[in-house]
Design a protein around this ligand. Structure first.
Ligand SMILES: Nc1nc2c(ncn2[C@@H]2O[C@@H]3COP(=O)(O)O[C@H]4[C@@H](O)[C@H](n5cnc6c(=O)[nH]c(N)nc65)O[C@@H]4COP(=O)(O)O[C@H]3[C@H]2O)c(=O)[nH]1
Length: 512
């Protein structure tokens, strides 16, 4: 699979994962909200039950204790007093010989009414309860009412189930029941809900069954289906879904960027410095008069799992991110180890190391005088420094002098290309000028730069430098440079930059 495709798939999968996780979290919180809503409704209904039970006790027990044996004005007065504070009870009746003889609403009845058999009896309190879905109360005989009729002793009371059904309850299905052993008696709400909720399987959170703590036979069952819940909260849900989608998309983009960042040249270089992804190659330097190899230039390369990088890709980034000295230290350690191990390299073999001008200015180069492997090396260590304004300061000059005192050779690299303002060339303590390969390449076309080579050689002679020409590819270039008096040459004509083992082989062939 192509790397780009792999990256997109990882980003896509992350986006999907975030979306799914976000949706699950959303669902979890929605579930919590749904459970909380049903619980609130349930608590509300149970509170109604408890208050109705208290009211029942508060009315029936004192009335029975009064001991009236028939309904007269005094009886009615007590009954009406009891009703006065009631919230749930809408009527109280008096019984004589199991026949209703008077009620608070209708007073003394013209015609007595026989009591009906109850739905259930609470034996220990001698309470008989009946649910009446359509009772025509004597006072409001024009409209039927859904009521619970509770009788104890000589009195009964009528509770309007409407009071349970207030606006606070948002669950669309609910029921209040009296549960005794296996029988379930409907009291309020929608008949059959309790039974259905107990005997069927439901999604989590969407149903609730609880009983009163005062009397555990009174229970409520509520049902709020998820779709109804979502319909009620659709605005919030849409917003949350949009946010989850956005989170999915942004994390996909983020991962895409992170992967891109990981593969960015800078990140590869940063990690590569610690993971030894840099390696160094060696390009021979030849004495143009004798043709012998007198030294080599050390040139960096980079290779990691994403491929190879060349100096024009990593050198500017090392500079920009202040990693030049870390890089140079790594180079020196590795190169010294590799070259010292090649025993055929003679005493005085010249090893040219590229040094960043900024490390001269910052004084990092001075620490090289403390590296005994460098100062005691059997090689001549030549530090190649590109022409740069950094070198044109008194601090830089002082550092150069320190380096020279410790035995280092200094070479002015890419001479004639960059900053060509160096005022006091003779004060720089340099040993060598390196003619840039653009000058050498110009020889074939007899260009302007090629015509400047004699002038460069005059400077070389004047300041008693040695001179290296880089980028020699042809015998014609070699011959002209040799005639011009250039001492050393470097270029593909003699050998490309090579890894240490190849360089070893190359040097072995030279000494045969
Ligand atoms: N066309 C052509 N090119 C030739 C020929 N002979 C040599 N070259 C190339 O010319 C460049 C010479 O190195 P430079 O001027 O020091 O220029 C170097 C040097 O300034 C810098 N560099 C390379 N390695 C290091 C390092 O380890 N440290 C530092 N500070 N700079 C380095 O990167 C620059 C480029 O390095 P490279 O890409 O290796 O490019 C090298 C080398 O491969 C030739 O005959 N024809």
């Amino acid at each position: 699979m192509k790397k780009g495709h792999k990256k997109s798939i990882i980003a896509l999968l992350t986006g999907i994962l975030v979306f799914v996780t976000g949706s699950l979290i959303l669902l979890y919180f929605a579930g919590q909200k749904l459970a909380a809503t049903i619980s609130e409704d349930a608590t509300h209904l149970v509170k109604h039950i408890d208050t109705a039970l208290q009211e029942r006790r508060r009315i029936l027990t004192p009335l029975n204790n009064l001991g009236f044996k028939q309904c007269d004005q005094a009886t009615l007065l007590e009954m009406r007093r009891a009703l006065f504070d009631a919230k749930y009870v809408i009527d109280i009746g008096f019984f004589k010989n199991d026949q209703l003889v008077c009620t608070t609403g209708a007073g003394l009845l013209d015609k007595v009414i026989n009591d009906k058999s109850p739905d259930y009896i609470i034996v220990d309190e001698n309470i008989r309860v009946r649910f009446e879905p359509q009772l025509y109360l004597l006072l409001f005989s024009d409209r039927p009412m859904e009521v619970i009729i509770v009788r104890q002793g000589d009195y009964n009371l009528i509770i309007d189930t409407k009071v349970f059904n207030d606006d606070v309850i948002s669950s669309p299905m609910w029921e209040v029941v009296y549960k005794h052993k296996r029988s379930i008696n409907h009291l309020a709400g929608q008949s059959g809900v309790y039974d259905t909720l107990v005997n069927n399987v439901y999604l989590p959170y969407e149903r609730r069954l609880i009983c009163s703590e005062q009397n555990s036979n009174y229970c409520v069952a509520l049902h709020m289906p998820w779709n109804k819940f979502f319909a009620k909260n659709h605005f919030l849900l849409i917003i949350s879904l949009i946010l989850t989608c956005l989170a999915g998309v942004s994390s996909a983009l983020l991962v895409d960027n992170l992967i891109a960042d990981r593969r960015s040249t800078f990140n590869r270089i940063r990690l590569g410095l610690n993971k030894n992804s840099f390696y160094w190659t060696y390009q021979p330097i030849i004495c143009l008069q004798t043709g012998t190899v007198i030294g080599c230039e050390v040139l960096a390369r980079f290779k990691d799992k994403y491929g190879t990088l060349y100096p024009d890709q990593f050198i500017p980034l090392l500079r920009k991110n202040n990693l030049t000295w870390k890089f140079t230290e790594a180079m020196i350690a590795k190169v010294l180890k590799e070259l010292t191990a090649i025993d055929i390299l003679p005493e005085g073999f010249k090893v040219s190391l590229n040094i960043f001008p900024c490390d001269v200015e910052q004084g990092n180069v001075s620490s090289l005088t403390q590296v005994s492997e460098l100062t005691n090396s059997r090689f001549i260590i030549c530090l190649e420094i590109t022409e740069d304004e950094y070198l044109d300061t008194s601090i830089a000059h002082a550092h150069f002098r320190t380096l020279v005192k410790s035995g280092f050779n200094l070479s002015l690299d890419d001479f004639g290309t960059g900053y060509s303002n160096l005022k006091n060339l003779q004060n720089l303590s340099f040993h060598q000028l390196k003619i840039d390969r653009t000058f050498v390449q110009d020889i074939a076309t007899e260009g302007l730069k090629a015509s400047m080579i004699p002038n460069i050689m005059e400077l070389v002679k004047k300041f008693n430098y040695t001179c290296v020409a880089e980028g020699i590819e042809t015998s014609e270039q070699e011959a002209i440079l040799k005639t011009a008096g250039v001492h050393y040459g470097q270029g593909w004509k003699y050998g490309r930059p090579m890894k240490v083992n190849k360089f070893h082989e190359y040097m072995a062939k030279q000494s045969v």
